[in-house]
Ligand binder design. Structure first.
Ligand SMILES: [Fe+2]
Ligand SMILES: [Fe+2]
Length: 374
């Protein structure tokens, strides 16, 4: 068998990871891998679930839409895309060191998030026997491995990389029941689409702000994420209880609140990165929420009221609390511990205040299928 020489051409996640590992030989980058290994509320985690329950999903109720989506993913329009071309001109040397630090942090965290999807999907493919499910998960694992590989290409030029093989084996896995995987993963795919496309469109209007070539790859990239989100929308459609029962509606609201607020806090920790892009981070957050909410109407019966007077002030409170917690951790000792507890209480209060904002309800269409429209 001819092994692909670059992850961009790999047909499976395994080939993509092997191709990435082969690029460096024994070289490791401990610092980057260490950052990727962190498990806090704000860093991307690795997940595991009840694979047998997922394997038992019957996609017959959504068969027509399902087959169309799988055929489109199999046709693989982005094969070979996630690789540097002549248009790639990265200039790390002239980058302001503080911006460089934030940008590297952004790349490591994005690489970890992409790879988190890859390991979960790859495992589902490995454990499953339901060919509808394993086919989908293999295709999604392939895409995420290419995405993670490409970010690693960018990092490598700055002299670092995330050790993907090491991460798979050593990073802690968090268990989520399948339904929580659907809510969380669906949302992270769709918010990923909204994030990438919003930056891409902004840079189309402001090409002088494109301080690194990787942003030029975002359009095809976010289309992959969009398709992944479509797959989870269809999976949720196979079982109406998932989005219609009273308890599950509360869970959906919880995940919407958690995913949105985490993004807000994380992005506000990278002021220089957003400044360099010429993006107002508060505007960006609200814009991404708006797009994600509009898309998620395809399957969720509610959206969050992001224009409610309690919304933004409490997101800001969570952000301040998260800075307090980080500073307290650094400080250590009894004072640090007390300040940390205080910060956690503040964050929890702000979260409850947001969670209790009345949601906006609407009817959900029969078929969730959507085209990326932004
Ligand atoms: Fe991805
Ligand atoms: Fe994805």
């Amino acid at each position: 068998m001819n092994r692909p020489t670059h992850s961009a051409f790999a047909d499976t996640a395994e080939e993509a990871i092997a191709a990435q590992d082969a690029l460096d030989g024994p070289m490791t980058s401990e610092k980057a891998t260490e950052v990727a290994m962190q498990n806090t509320l704000l860093t991307p985690r690795f997940y595991t679930t009840d694979f047998d329950e997922m394997d038992a999903i019957d996609v017959s109720p959504v068969r027509a839409d399902w087959d169309k989506l799988i055929a489109q993913m199999k046709s693989d329009p982005n094969k070979g895309h996630f690789k540097k071309t002549d248009a790639w001109e990265a200039n790390w040397d002239d980058m302001d060191p503080a911006l460089k630090a934030e940008f590297i942090d952004f790349l490591i965290s994005s690489c970890t998030a992409e790879f988190s999807g890859c390991v979960l999907y790859k495992e589902m493919k490995r454990r499953g026997s339901n060919s509808d499910i394993t086919t989908l998960f293999q295709l999604m694992a392939r895409d995420e491995a290419r995405h993670a590989g490409f970010i690693n290409d960018a990092l490598r030029e700055a002299g670092i990389r995330v050790n993907l093989g090491f991460l798979t084996q050593q990073k802690k896995y968090t268990y989520f029941r399948p339904k929580f995987i659907y809510y969380a993963t669906y949302l992270s795919e769709k918010i990923g689409y909204a994030r990438y496309i919003t930056i891409y469109r902004h840079l189309e209007q402001n090409p002088d702000k494109q301080f690194h070539p990787i942003f030029g790859w975002f359009r095809e990239w976010c289309n992959d994420e969009f398709s992944h989100g479509e797959a989870f929308a269809l999976l949720m459609k196979t079982d109406p209880k998932l989005t219609e029962s009273r308890v599950n509606k509360m869970w959906i609201k919880f995940f919407l609140t958690a995913v949105y607020s985490t993004m807000w806090v994380r992005d506000h920790q990278r002021p220089l990165f957003h400044e360099a892009l010429g993006v107002d981070v508060t505007w960006y957050g609200q814009e991404v929420f708006r797009k994600t909410s509009e898309i998620s109407k395809q399957v969720f019966p509610m959206t969050l009221d992001i224009d409610h007077p309690r919304w933004r002030p409490n997101l800001d409170r969570m952000e301040a609390a998260s800075r307090q917690i980080a500073a307290a951790k650094k400080r250590g000792g009894v004072g640090g511990m007390l300040s940390r507890i205080g910060g956690m209480a503040k964050a929890a209060t702000a979260f409850v205040s947001i969670y209790t904002i009345p949601a906006i309800w609407h009817d959900v269409p029969e078929s969730p299928v959507m085209e990326p429209a932004y």
